[in-house]
Ligand binder design. Structure first.
Ligand SMILES: C[S@@+](CC[C@H](N)C(=O)[O-])C[C@H]1O[C@@H](n2cnc3c(N)ncnc32)[C@H](O)[C@@H]1O
Ligand code: SF4
Length: 311
């Protein structure tokens, strides 16, 4: 029997947050996630990371889920532990509010692999509307500080990425945003806003459905130690097991997910209630590329987002 290993593990170190963004499934005004929120206990993160390290395989440990990772009081320890395993690459997406100079120095000296900032546009006023309780000036200062600490150390890492959600209040700032950051950071994506945050809400989806790449690549672990089906299982309605009950790799090769993989291979996308309503299966396909000379970049359009690269 083939044993599958994920190439990415989402470890939700905490589901708590200090902001309330417009589209956020857990903390936004239209939130619908009802599961418990809070920090992940040490017994879960230590067990999970030690097992991932023991696989001795290249793996991207994504230390955020539906919360703000910097709110976990032991995040530095968690990342240090992860980075003690040579094949684990680690990073996180953050709202940037708490990523101060001390954090930047830590991240650069640890050789953390990547940090993504969620920044929605260039105007502090609209930013405060779509990312309630945020302070764009402070977030930009934190981002620039991180870039300058990295440059001063002549380091390549962390790889710095930006993700902007094109909410209608900020959509007209896309070009300004890209122009402002394109030559400073490593990567920019502009994501479509999903409203309500269900899994079928994108403007262009390829017509021929394929087996979902996430079932073979992404393991998702919620802050309470449960393994969800994939990143679309926001509320962990389809838990595959819990850390500590058995090894993660057994959970991820257990009967439920194996059955679902087989269904996808056989072209049955309707029997599972979550897959039936989802378009995320297509998100690793670039369905259009274009060049915009005016802002000097090439665009790669995927289902949920567009990636911008300098020409
Ligand atoms: C849920 S957050 C968690 C990590 C961290 N708190 C942050 O904001 O980066 C992950 C990403 O999802 C984005 N996001 C939240 N709600 C969204 C929505 N309705 N549509 C598209 N992206 C959304 C956020 O802007 C952020 O980039
Ligand atoms: S900062 Fe992230 S987790 Fe917090 S409300 Fe915004 S999108 Fe949600």
């Amino acid at each position: 029997m083939t044993i599958y290993f994920p190439s990415q593990v989402v470890l939700e170190v905490t589901s708590a947050c200090n902001l309330s963004c417009k589209g956020c499934a857990i903390h936004g005004p239209d939130r619908f996630v009802t599961r418990q929120t809070g920090p992940m206990l040490e017994k879960f993160w230590r067990t999970a990371i030690a097992e991932m390290g023991s696989w001795n395989r290249e793996l991207n440990l994504t230390a955020h889920g539906g919360g703000e990772p910097l709110l976990h009081s032991r995040l530095k320890e968690i990342l240090q532990f992860a980075k003690s395993f040579p094949k684990l690459q680690a990073g996180f997406l953050t709202n940037g509010m708490l990523l101060d100079m001390n954090w930047s120095e830590f991240a650069v000296s640890l050789g953390l692999d990547w940090i993504g900032f969620s920044i929605d546009g260039v105007s502090p006023e609209t930013h405060r509307i779509v990312r309630k309780k945020s302070d764009l000036d402070l977030i930009e200062k934190h981002l620039l500080d991180l870039l300058s600490v990295r440059e001063r150390a002549k380091a390549q890492k962390p790889f710095v990425t930006l993700n902007m959600v094109a909410y209608e209040e900020v959509a007209n700032q896309k070009e300004l945003f890209v122009k402002r950051w394109l030559n400073k950071v490593n990567n920019i994506t502009i994501s479509h806003y999903r409203n309500p945050p269900d899994s079928r809400r994108w403007p262009v989806v390829p017509t021929e459905r394929k087996a979902c790449f996430l079932l073979w690549s992404q393991m998702v672990i919620a802050c309470d130690g449960r393994v969800g089906l994939c990143c679309e299982d926001f509320n962990i309605d389809f838990p595959l097991g819990r850390i500590g009950e058995k090894p993660l790799i057994e959970i991820w090769n257990g009967p439920e997910i194996s059955k679902l993989r087989k269904m996808h291979e056989q072209g049955d996308f309707e029997s599972h209630p979550m897959c039936r309503e989802c378009d995320t299966w297509s998100d690793n396909i670039v369905h259009k590329t274009e060049e915009i000379q005016r802002i000097g970049c090439r665009l790669f359009h995927k289902t949920s987002q567009t990636e911008y690269k300098p020409l």
